[in-house]
Design a protein around this ligand. Structure first.
Ligand code: SF4
Length: 595
């Protein structure tokens, strides 16, 4: 595509200070890429949060390496400046630059944002504003970069960001980048590029669709605009198999980030457990294991930069060679931090290897305290199994246990909240039994979050539990968990979850509220009022009668009939047992092969 020049270059007196800061950060990094720009497609890749947060995000690092692995692309990073620098930048009206060459972001061909969390939506707008790019796609011209939004949240429900994106990349970077590069090479102009991309799997151009609403405010249908040749729904792009794929791993090491110089690596993608609330479980299917030899080779190469390996996978032990991988990492001298472990991951060998690597805390997610409620959400473990696992954990020498719980689950009653306390007390007893002879008592740290029904799950039609009821439950949890020695609980507020739910479940009509929240510094109550949005409509409404849901524009591969059957079984507290899960996994795999 011919490259257009910006109409003018602003005289930028404060760019030197951004440049100094960029050089400071680069001086502490190992592994960044510098390429000449001439003749290459230029991508400014943004993480809509600070450098400190973004550089510990494996998805962001992976997209950076995937782009730069292409000879014809130069990809440079840019981040939301930390608070004081942000204020300085705003006051000086200086424009955002990239880290590697400190070039103005608005001079790039593509401004790609990797979005992992709903709370970063306002930061997306702040970064567009700082870069000097119009916030709405409709206001951009041929002189502006193409704004492409990707990342985990966008292939679950991209609609709240639809009006800000020229393109939404729905799916996994490994599959999306090659057709993007090809389309850019062949396109004659911006419109031609968008037309070429919609012919490819995973590229959603929101401006190619009108949304028709019914009188009751629900979506009647997405209408493809005439002459655009956009598909009726956009199929998510995913790797068919990871057998020969390069495992995503930290390529740039820096001490200036949340996880320090930890070597992050993805071992296996997906989880076949299909818990009914879990968007990650449903959206990263089928389960795909990365090649063991490559994982170990990358770990060997990274050893001179890091002593700590962070294994990024939601179901680590679904990798057939996990014990061999852990053994080799321990032999290389790594201490190993797994993400949360599934209960069936906790074999004696795996725990022994993790302990031998120096790990002192294990994280598990019982989600609820009662077996009945665990059948409602399809978490296929029982309290007896959790207690047996805790015995194994503490007898292996671990000091601490981290637990994740949810409240506001359908059919939940007060006994279920009491059950969270009772289960925690039993776990504490086990911890004390093993800790006292050693003379060192650790702690149990619990985290309690109100359930936010997520798009692309069996709970996608559910309203969130109403605020009075959830506030009562939060108060009850505070009183149940107060003043227990060696037990610390963090219980999230209802309001926090309410606005997160609005951003999760919203459609493109929510965009003015995001704009207002960005302008007013994150006061969501005022933003929703200013934008005239009925937030309760999105959060507290039963959607089971809706013809079309906002996120139906992306076809993630799961069938509605499957989700509806799972939702019915939830109300009857019935599990969907593993063989069914395996079949569902096999069906998804077959579907990916067909397409
Ligand atoms: S086990 Fe964990 S990752 Fe897997 S589906 Fe359930 S909640 Fe999601």
């Amino acid at each position: 595509m011919p490259q257009s020049s910006p109409p003018h270059r602003a005289k930028d007196t404060r760019r030197w200070s951004q440049r100094e800061r960029a050089r400071d950060l680069l001086a502490k990094e190992v592994g960044y890429v510098r390429k000449p720009h001439g003749g290459r497609l230029r991508v400014a890749l943004a993480f809509p949060n600070t450098y400190f947060v973004g550089m510990s995000n494996l998805g962001f690092q992976t997209v950076y390496s995937l782009f730069n692995a292409e000879e014809g692309i130069v990809c440079e990073r840019t981040f939301l400046p930390p608070k004081t620098e942000l204020e300085e930048l705003r006051a000086s009206k200086a424009a955002l630059v990239t880290l590697e060459s400190q070039t103005l972001v608005r001079e790039f061909d593509i401004f790609a944002l990797s979005v992992s969390f709903e709370w970063d939506y306002t930061n997306v707008l702040t970064m567009l504003r700082l870069a000097g790019i119009p916030l709405r796609a409709a206001d951009r011209t041929a002189h502006d970069p193409i704004v492409m939004i990707g990342g985990a949240v966008t292939f679950v429900n991209p609609e709240p960001l639809a009006l800000f994106a020229d393109i939404i990349a729905a799916g996994e970077g490994e599959v999306l980048i090659p057709p993007l590069v090809k389309a850019f090479r062949e396109a004659s102009d911006r419109d031609d590029l968008l037309r070429r991309l919609v012919a490819e799997r995973g590229f959603y151009v929101p401006s190619f669709y009108d949304v028709k609403y019914a009188d009751n405010g629900t979506i009647e249908r997405f209408v493809v605009k005439e002459g655009t040749t956009a598909p009726a729904t956009v199929k998510k792009a995913a790797l068919r198999t990871a057998d020969a794929a390069e495992p995503p791993a930290t390529k740039i090491f820096t001490p200036e980030t949340e996880f320090g110089s930890r070597f992050l690596i993805e071992i296996v993608r997906g989880c076949a457990n299909l818990c009914r609330f879990c968007w990650a479980g449903y959206n990263y299917l089928p389960v795909r294991a990365f090649p063991k030899d490559r994982i170990l080779e990358l770990a060997r190469q990274a050893k001179s930069h890091s002593n700590r390996a962070g294994l990024v996978s939601i179901a680590l032990c679904d990798h057939p060679d996990i014990e061999e991988i852990l053994t080799s990492l321990v032999e290389m001298g790594y201490s190993i931090s797994p993400a949360s472990l599934r209960l069936d991951d906790l074999t004696p060998t795996i725990l022994r290897l993790l302990r031998a690597s120096g790990e002192r805390t294990i994280t598990i997610a019982p989600e609820t305290g009662s077996d009945r409620l665990r059948r409602v959400i399809n978490k296929t473990m029982t309290n007896d199994e959790i207690l047996a696992a805790a015995d194994l954990i503490f007898s292996t020498g671990f000091d601490n246990l981290k637990l994740y719980f949810m409240i506001g689950i359908p059919t939940e009653i007060d006994e279920d909240l009491v059950a969270i306390r009772d289960l925690t007390m039993q776990l504490r007893d086990i911890m004390l039994t093993h800790a006292r002879p050693r003379g060192q008592v650790g702690r149990i740290v619990g985290s309690v979050n109100p359930l936010v029904p997520k798009p692309g799950t069996a709970y996608q039609w559910l309203p969130m539990e109403d605020d009075t009821s959830i506030e009562r439950k939060i108060r009850r949890m505070h009183s149940l968990m107060a003043d227990i020695d060696n037990v610390y609980f963090n219980i999230k507020s209802e309001r926090h979850s309410f606005y997160q739910a609005l951003l999760s479940l919203g459609d493109r009509r929510v965009a003015p509220a995001i704009e207002a929240a960005e302008r007013n510094g994150g006061n969501w109550r005022a933003a929703v009022k200013e934008a005239g949005i009925d937030a309760d409509f999105y959060v507290f409404r039963d959607r089971s009668g809706d013809g079309v849901l906002p996120w139906d524009i992306i076809d993630g591969g799961m069938k509605d009939s499957f989700f509806r059957a799972e939702a019915d079984k939830a109300m009857k507290a019935e599990w969907t047992l593993p063989p069914k899960r395996q079949q569902e996994n096999a069906r998804l795999l077959a579907m990916l092969h067909e397409n």
